[in-house]
Design a protein around this ligand. Structure first.
Ligand code: GLU
Length: 489
């Protein structure tokens, strides 16, 4: 069978989600790959909504899909571009608005002798399926209505007997196609079911709708997840029946969790909306791009432009990528560190209400290199609140000192603090004053600063003590030290 490809036409890719819930990282990875490929080739990226399975539809899904794409910077050239707006000449781009098109195409296939009416009741099909199961045969329509003579078909149609339209499938030979990721795939025709194309309620199945739309919307490259691979031979047959040129197919390896099972809720957050509070969109996009694609270099951090420049189907892996949150967090921390503190402060503005911009910048700079997830920020700056946190007092005690000695250190710190003029209250001055005191009085810096650091932050691991004190101000610093002293005694 021919496997010619539309490689010389302008590239047109599509993301074709079903609105059956909030998009998860797997869906968005598919969208990202199709988008990157179209951008790399200066092509067109289309969003089509596949809502033909109305029973599975969930309200709000389309908006969630649009939100996720917009957040990740995956812009749409054609199709549904916002909640109630379409762009492009190939619409409508929501399948439930295209029923007539599918009906006409299904009838066209019947006329071409490539599809047939099937009047079998669901009871008969259930019995058939159970019988096949008991014989350990794959479930498959047995072709009974293929043998109806034309008059009988006319009679049943005239009597409005409920029916579907199924595709015919040759019972000899094989169907093959060239997948850009997997290579040539060949399937014996006998293993292909007489797939329903048009359901009794007049709605198309996914197979008919997606083939018809991909053709009419002139999609040149169908980039989608591996789970659709078993459907592709049916689609290839349909392309041949209609006499249409085949697009390029590229099936992406399924993303697995660290335990090598299919990524799901139990591996943590999966819906893109849940990632919003923790990750920068560029970091997540960078991470997702590497789930199944590899530029085959050591470089791990790729700007959007670099991704676009380097992306290609030939670098998509056959192996299943593993979704590793630790890696994602690391990448996110790299992106966070690269931001200007003012920009990061803007992103964290919810946690910085009532803080002026100078102070916000200082707070952010203090913890920026320790942040992995944006949502960690709030807990990290807890110490800026009232000095009432109840931490374990033993945390205050350095290795070489006992409790009374630690209390003494806190007293010294309090005294030094009292002596610093508020006008000079600034990180560097604080550092110099404390360091000078240690030198002049032969006190180990660690011994003095450890209890102080814990006192002002309440944390075992914390940012630099003088940076913290700078932000706290003199009054609060003294309160924190007093509070620590109380905890200790
Ligand atoms: N509507 C299908 C989905 O929800 C699209 C499959 C395809 O891309 O052909 O994933």
């Amino acid at each position: 069978m021919p496997t010619e490809h539309k490689q010389n036409k302008p590239v047109r890719t599509r993301f074709a989600p079903s609105p059956t819930g909030a998009p998860h990282v797997g869906n968005i990875r598919t969208a990202l790959f199709a988008w990157l490929f179209s951008r790399h080739n200066k092509g067109t990226f289309i969003l089509r909504i596949e809502d033909t399975d109305q029973a599975r539809e969930q309200e709000g899904s389309v908006d969630a899909i649009l939100d996720a794409l917009a957040w990740l910077g995956i812009d749409i050239d054609e199709g549904l571009v916002s909640h109630d707006k379409e762009k492009g000449d190939n619409g409508p781009y929501t399948q439930s608005k295209r029923l007539k098109i599918y009906n006409n195409h299904a009838k066209q296939l019947v006329d071409l002798g490539k599809a047939f009416y099937c009047f079998c009741s669901s009871e008969r099909l259930t019995v058939l399926r159970e019988l096949q199961q008991s014989r350990k045969e794959p479930p498959r329509y047995d072709g009974r209505c293929l043998r109806l003579d034309p008059e009988e078909v006319e009679k049943q149609l005239a009597a409005n007997v409920p029916h579907v339209i199924r595709m015919k499938v040759p019972q000899t030979g094989e169907t093959s196609f060239n997948d850009a990721v997997k290579g040539i795939i060949t399937i014996p025709n006998q293993s292909i079911d007489y797939q329903v194309l048009l359901k009794s309620d007049g709605f198309p199945t996914y197979h008919l709708a997606s083939v018809v739309d991909d053709h009419l919307m002139e999609i040149t490259h169908i980039i989608r997840a591996d789970e659709w691979l078993p459907s592709t031979p049916k689609h290839v047959l349909l392309y041949h029946y209609f006499g249409w040129e085949l697009p390029v197919f590229a099936h992406l390896p399924i993303i697995l969790g660290t335990d090598k099972s299919k990524l799901s809720k139990r591996h943590g957050a999966v819906s893109v909306a849940e990632y919003k509070k923790d990750y920068l969109p560029d970091a997540l996009a960078n991470y997702l791009a590497f789930l199944g694609w590899n530029p085959k270099t050591e470089q791990e951090i790729f700007s959007r432009d670099e991704l676009i420049q380097q992306f290609g189907l030939e670098k998509i892996n056959k192996n299943n990528p593993i979704f590793d949150v630790k890696k994602l967090n690391w990448l996110n921390s790299q992106y966070i560190q690269a931001l200007a503190p003012e920009v990061l402060a803007q992103k964290l503005s919810n946690d910085l209400k009532d803080v002026d911009s100078v102070k916000a910048g200082k707070i952010v700079s203090l913890v920026q290199d320790r942040l992995e997830k944006l949502s960690d920020f709030k807990a990290m700056i807890d110490f800026l609140g009232e000095p009432t946190h109840t931490y374990d007092a033993t945390m205050l005690v350095p290795k070489k000192l006992d409790r009374p000695q630690t209390a003494h250190m806190l007293e010294i710190s309090s005294k030094i603090t009292e002596g610093i003029n508020e006008e000079h209250w600034e990180e560097e001055t604080l550092r110099q004053t404390f360091f000078a005191y240690c030198e002049q009085n032969d006190i180990g810096k660690g011994d003095l600063l450890w209890p102080l650091r814990v006192a002002v932050t309440g944390l075992k691991n914390s940012p630099d003590v003088f940076g913290v004190m700078d932000i706290l101000g003199k009054k609060k610093t003294i309160e924190h030290i007093a509070h620590a002293d109380k905890l200790l005694s």
